[in-house]
Design a protein around this ligand. Structure first.
Ligand code: MG
Length: 222
């Protein structure tokens, strides 16, 4: 099974992992009644979480609420280990839009018990991604993010509101996980997260980067 992500020039990359960042926007920390942390909160999604956001999204049934989290996604270009924030721009292949789909009830239970988030964050199809595009770092540090559900605005924010900037994040992550070409970083979500249901339509946009429309179904439905 080969898993790849696509660039707008038609080229592909094969990620070995997705490293996601939690609690990177103040308003989202507030809505989750979470607390700001001194270093970025990291978790991993397996590559089998990846799917094409332009295809119907298949969400689990009978596992409680599935929340949408719109995020700027970054694709790594070269092996990246212990890089400084200043070096980070040289290790980015491109940018895209991702949804960090989250089993919120499962996650809440895990948090309560002090258990990992692997199920809540890593299930099959939990990381729909758009096409990736080459941009300069400064072009993506002030972009509006927007997610509409059935035509109603749910999430909005701007990448400039990140608590840890893109260079800070990748520098920090590269000190923990060696990043390989194709690996994907999810940079956190702004506020307005909420549940998805079968039949929902999603319009998600990172302005001046990419906009997508998709619909939601349960796993197992035709
Ligand atoms: Mg997230």
């Amino acid at each position: 099974m080969k898993i790849s992500i696509q660039f707008e020039d038609g080229s592909f990359k094969e990620p070995t992992k997705i490293v996601a960042v939690g609690r990177n926007y103040h308003e989202h920390i507030k809505e989750m009644h979470s607390e700001k942390t001194e270093s970025p909160v990291l978790f991993i999604k397996p590559t089998t979480a990846l799917c094409d956001i332009n295809q119907t999204l298949k969400i689990p049934e009978n596992m409680g609420l599935v929340h949408h989290e719109i995020e700027l996604a970054i694709c790594i270009s070269d092996l990246c280990r212990n890089v400084s924030a200043e070096q980070v721009p040289g290790f980015i292949a491109g940018y895209g839009l991702a949804l960090d789909l989250t089993l919120r009830d499962v996650q809440a239970e895990a948090k309560k018990k002090g258990l990992p988030w692997a199920v809540a964050k890593g299930f099959d199809g939990s990381c729909p991604v758009s096409v990736f595009k080459k941009k300069d770092l400064q072009q993506v540090q002030n972009l509006d993010l927007s997610l509409k559900l059935n035509g109603i605005q749910k999430q909005s924010g701007n990448t400039s509101q990140m608590i840890f900037s893109i260079p800070e994040l990748i520098s920090y992550i590269s000190g923990i996980y060696t990043l390989l070409p194709g690996d994907i970083i999810l940079t956190g979500t702004p506020s307005g997260v909420g549940p998805l249901n079968a039949g929902d339509s999603i319009e998600a946009e990172i302005k001046n980067l990419v906009s997508v429309k998709t619909i939601v179904e349960h796993h197992g439905s035709a």
